[in-house]
Design a protein around this ligand. Sequence first.
Ligand code: ATP
Ligand code: MG
Length: 409
Amino acid sequence: MLGKKDSLVVGLDIGTTKICAMVGQRRGEGVVEIVGIGNAPSKGLRKGVVVNIESTVQSIQKAVEEAEMMAGCQIRSVYAGISGAHIKAFNSHGIVAVKDGEVKESDVQRVVDAARAVAIPMDREIIHVFPQEFILDDQDGIKEPLGMSGVRLEAKVHIVTGAVASAQNIIKCASKTGLSVRDIVLQQYASSEAVLTPDEKELGVTLIDIGGGTTNIAIFFGGAIRHTAVLPIGGNHITSDVAVGLRTPVDPAEKIKQQYGCALSSMVSKEETIEVMSIGERKLRLVSRQALTEIIQPRVEEIFHLVHREIVRSGFEDLLAAGVVLTGGTASLHGIEEIAEKMLNGSARRGIPQSVQGLVDIVGSPIYATAVGLVLYGLRQESGGWISTKRGMVGKVRTRMREWFSEFF
Ligand SMILES: Nc1ncnc2c1ncn2[C@@H]1O[C@H](COP(=O)(O)OP(=O)(O)OP(=O)(O)O)[C@@H](O)[C@H]1O
Ligand SMILES: [Mg+2]
């Protein structure tokens, strides 16, 4: 029914609130079908980082078993997402002389290697090297330099690094579940694969994935990734504000937030009221919905204030014509697009995973952007659909993963 087993790719989104295993398969040219999905609440993470191996292993096991049942397959390897405040990224560039007057794959590899040759502390490792553009002699803005004539080749790249220990903990958790990790992928890069259009990446756009414990940002311009950042703040902070502000336990606070919450208090009428359970009492109290939104709004403003700082830091503030795309679970909060437009001075839309078929009812939610993106990333890698520069690097990433792996097992 599913065709060859090895044509299945599995994304494992290890989030702060949920762990999601997603199984996808290529169905003809440009068509990806999601054939299985499994979810489990995540208990072993804090702000995007694994802090308890045992509980993370249990959650991964549950999510993977569920996905296996649905897809009717056995999962052995996954593409796993990585996040957390330890992620640091920067731009770099390298220059080489072109050997035979015409750019060959080896020249591209050498120039990318030159660009990634930066001093990195022992406890950090490179997770991605994303090429932004190549410059050949005086010609800049080249996306694919192969076969072009010239003598001096320059590459501009975006390098993402992370703490070795955090990556190793992800690999360790997968391994204890009997899974091997094919690659570790920056979560917001995965999300951007799932929800952004090529036009948006070309025009300039900020992808904001607001999860439970983190807000993950990726800024694109001219078709390339220019800036990435992870902020240790997310929807869980909104929930605890609601719990404290309304003096109610966390579980009802979460329900109230999802059902009645709104990021912009001017969007709700003064008359609306909601029922709230008090801590230690069985009685329900009536609270105005506006009081709820007044608790939520400052926290959402704080998140977008920090996002704005990253946009300014990127240097692309005035160039992002496609505005912002909001995804992750917190993108479902009412009024979040409106407040994003107000605070970030541009258009905002909600990003739900595109260009996939199968289980669309379930998968068509911003909460699955990272998991779907991991599947798309994996399929692209395995079909060799990378442009030459990336293929070389992916090879390297795999070698590096093996090194991390062998160090520990
Ligand atoms: N309808 C909704 N309205 C408001 N918030 C919501 C809604 N649905 C989900 N959320 C919030 O989304 C968050 C979970 O999102 P998501 O699953 O993307 O996070 P995660 O991937 O587990 O965490 P992270 O990416 O930070 O590690 C929770 O804080 C939850 O409260
Ligand atoms: Mg997430």
